[in-house]
Design a protein around this ligand. Structure first.
Ligand code: 6PG
Length: 238
């Protein structure tokens, strides 16, 4: 677990954008493709704007989402809408390479299963799966002030899925308290690189508790349960 601290979000975002671009370039060199999962929320917006100007072969990429709220893709609360405005609408990427979580909200379990099938299918079709694992080249994550990440909230059943790569989260938790679809910890922890982007006092306090005692923190904060087989990097602005 590495931590890099920044004075402000502008410098954190610039570093994160170049890091993701480097990961993507290396993946294309090694496997002629890269797989990237975008975080939701508001923290990544500036980084996505910078990523749109980075040197990346988007025609070799497959862009997924770590989680999505079950709202329409043009809704204010949609993670897809945020990423589309900041990044996707500003890059030359084939539409078939952008894998939006289609979460209509009335059959979230089916939506989750459908997204899991899409991940498995894309990895297998491009020979990117490895011994039954689906290792993303980079999964971007944020963290809430309660220590949630993606849509994995404290105490949620979604933390205890067995075998699922994607799962549904019922409405009533989180902000907004809508139903959600989320990558699970087993899938996140298969990643070659997981990069958290956080800012603010409360989130930095949680990061300090994870750094001090990840096991104890893991009993309180789902973000502390992210322990990928690859690299784990926390980018933190004060
Ligand atoms: C979501 C996000 C979530 C987000 C954190 C931090 O759908 O809510 O995926 O995990 O990353 O809540 O959100 P902010 O960046 O807005 O603080």
């Amino acid at each position: 677990m590495d931590i890099i601290r920044f004075d402000d979000m502008e410098s954190l975002s610039a570093h994160a954008a170049e890091l993701v671009a480097e990961i993507a370039r290396n993946a294309v060199t090694d496997r002629e493709a890269f797989t990237l999962a975008l975080a939701g929320g508001s923290t990544p917006v500036r980084m996505y704007e910078m990523l749109a100007d980075a040197d990346i072969a988007w025609d070799k990429g497959h862009i997924f989402f770590s989680d999505e709220r079950c709202v329409k893709p043009d809704h204010d609360h949609s993670n897809f809408r945020m990423a589309n405005e900041a990044l996707l609408s500003r890059i030359e990427v084939p539409a078939l390479r952008v894998h939006r979580i289609k979460a209509a909200g009335y059959a979230v379990g089916l939506d989750a299963g459908g997204y899991e099938f899409e991940i498995r299918n894309i990895f297998k079709y491009n020979n990117l799966d490895e011994d039954g694992a689906y290792p993303f080249d980079c999964i971007l994550l944020g963290m809430g002030a309660d220590g949630h990440t993606a849509s994995l909230f404290p105490g949620s059943d979604a933390l205890r899925t067995s075998g699922q790569l994607v799962t549904a989260v019922p409405e009533g938790v989180g902000d907004p308290p809508v139903a959600r679809i989320t990558m699970t910890l087993p899938l996140i922890n298969m990643a070659r690189n997981v990069v958290f982007m956080i800012n603010g006092k409360k989130k930095n306090e949680i990061l300090e508790s994870i750094k001090a005692d990840a096991e104890a923190a893991g009993r309180r904060f789902p973000a502390a349960l992210v322990r990928p087989q690859g690299n784990l990097l926390w980018l933190a602005a004060s």
